[in-house]
Design a protein around this ligand. Structure first.
Ligand code: GLN
Length: 488
């Protein structure tokens, strides 16, 4: 049962072959036996209450395709009832008085919450090793990182601890852990999914999205998750759409842009091989490969690591020990309380980003760093525009690797923040441009100690082209079985 897709489970639930309560119990038991550290908070009673409500809805015929489907939320989405920590000591015991819009939408669709998923502290990281609550292990090889920052989400799907999970992607945090754990995830166009109640890291980049086993499942989840929200000032006012509408369309004639900057030095041979094999599979499906160039790709690392910390330093100023979260026990006066609270509550990576962010925004440096970064951000977006839009566009979608290597060993990059940053080279530009991007499993490479570790294929599209991305991914998943493979 735990290996089934959301689509399959939905049919079983609605034909009453299994109840929502039975399904939730099955996954709760699997979570209880797991040693991956993927979950931060599970509450059996709350979950079973939701399952009972879902069963009632099914009995009354009041169903959506997600009614009774168990789901787990990245601990960046605030949830009533379950703790929301953002992977930080700062929010260790925080329980939100309201649900994030995303959570509210899933609840309205009738999903059953299994609990909250581990992540890098305030979503800052690429290996899930920056969580105050400890690293998550990669289910394919427990010596490896699961990727980050949505490491708990991707690991939970890969280990079949949940059929559906939410994630957030600021610079790759849905796509990269999906790649490293061999699951499917999509970051939609910026503004498609409400950020209300999603703890802010870098507001101009943060975007929620689903992680699941298949592109079809991601489409079903995105249908519930996306939509205009007036409580989010950057939410896009567009009518709701069905992201599964073109899953079965043929992709004959599809033009796939292959950026040369995604295949240069630094790309591991095993990853390149799996990605090239996937591209060849697409040619068999009738697509053509077009060489393109995204010349500013390299600059996405310095640009992102100026803009994201700048926004983070501003967003995280709210954690001061006054209104919520951790507060230092002993202090002399207000300033001392702020200092001690923040010194104790934040981990090293978060402090590093607050320092960098405050620096690049400060008088005298703003023009030299922050403003420059914003200008180059525009040029990065222009690279994609040239390839994907307008009458002279060269391709319909862009493909390449998600991560330059397969999952690395736990501990290997913990002393070297820059090594972590460099691993984001292929995901950051999409985020800076606000474009939709996804990762689908396309093979395996060799881990440093010879374990089999998954490789992800990245598919990038133009604004609002999620339905096409899912179609392109789904067609590949009809002729390959990487997405169905699970660790032992
Ligand atoms: N790895 C990137 C970072 O550390 C992206 C994280 C994310 O997308 N949340 O900032």
């Amino acid at each position: 049962m735990h290996t089934k897709t959301i689509k399959e489970l939905s049919t079983l639930l609605q034909t009453k072959k299994i109840s929502a309560a039975e399904l939730a119990t099955l996954f709760l038991d699997r979570i209880g036996q797991s040693d991956l550290n993927a979950f931060l908070h599970v509450d059996r009673e709350l979950t079973l209450q939701q399952a009972a409500q879902a069963d009632l809805r099914i009995a009354n015929g009041d169903v959506t395709p997600l009614t009774g489907i168990p789901i787990a939320h990245k601990d960046l989405f605030v949830t009533r009832g379950w703790r929301t920590t953002a992977g930080s000591k700062m929010l260790e015991n925080y329980v939100s008085p309201f649900d994030a819009t995303v959570v509210e939408q899933f609840n309205a669709a009738g999903t059953v919450t299994l609990g909250k998923l581990n992540c890098d502290e305030f979503a800052m990281g690429s290996g899930n090793e920056n969580s105050y609550f400890g690293a998550v292990k990669n289910p394919w090889d427990k010596r490896a990182v699961p990727g980050g920052s949505s490491g708990g989400s991707a690991a939970a799907i890969a280990a079949r601890l949940a059929p559906a999970a939410t994630g957030t992607d600021t610079g790759g945090s849905i796509r990269q852990p999906s790649a490293l754990c061999g699951v499917t995830g999509i970051k939609p166009t910026y503004g498609s999914v409400s950020r209300y109640g999603m703890i802010a890291f870098a507001s101009s980049l943060d975007q929620g999205g689903p992680i699941a086993k298949t592109a079809e499942d991601c489409g079903l989840l995105l249908n519930a998750m996306s939509g205009f929200d007036q409580r989010d000032s950057t939410s896009i006012e567009r009518p709701k759409e069905d992201f599964t509408r073109s899953l079965n369309d043929s992709i004959k004639g599809l033009r796939i842009g292959v950026p040369k900057e995604f295949f240069g030095a630094g790309l591991a041979a095993d990853v390149e091989q799996a990605v090239r094999t996937a591209l060849a599979e697409y040619e068999k499906l009738g697509a053509t490969l077009v060489d393109i160039s995204l010349p500013k790709t390299e600059l996405s690392i310095p640009v992102y690591y100026v803009i994201a910390p700048a926004e983070a330093s501003s967003n995280l100023s709210r954690f001061d020990g006054v209104r919520y979260g951790h507060r230092a026990a002993d202090y002399k006066d207000l300033a001392d309380m702020y200092q001690k609270t923040r010194a104790e509550g934040f981990g090293d990576e978060v402090k590093r980003r607050i320092l960098v962010g405050a620096y690049v925004l400060s008088h005298g440096y703003y023009d030299a760093y922050y403003l420059q970064a914003q200008k180059i951000r525009r040029l990065i977006a222009q690279d994609f525009q040239n390839a994907l839009t307008g009458p002279d566009r060269k391709c319909d979608v862009i493909m390449g690797p998600v991560s330059p290597t397969v999952a690395w060993d736990l501990g290997d990059k913990t002393d070297d923040p820059v090594a972590n940053y460099l691993a984001d080279i292929f995901t950051l530009s999409t985020s800076l441009a606000g474009l939709p991007g996804m990762s689908i499993p396309c093979g395996f490479g060799q881990g440093e100690k010879n374990g089999q570790r998954p490789v992800g294929l990245q598919i990038i599209g133009s604004y609002y082209d999620e339905a096409r991305l899912l179609n392109v991914a789904h067609q590949y998943q009809q002729v390959t079985d990487w997405h169905l493979r699970a660790p032992d």
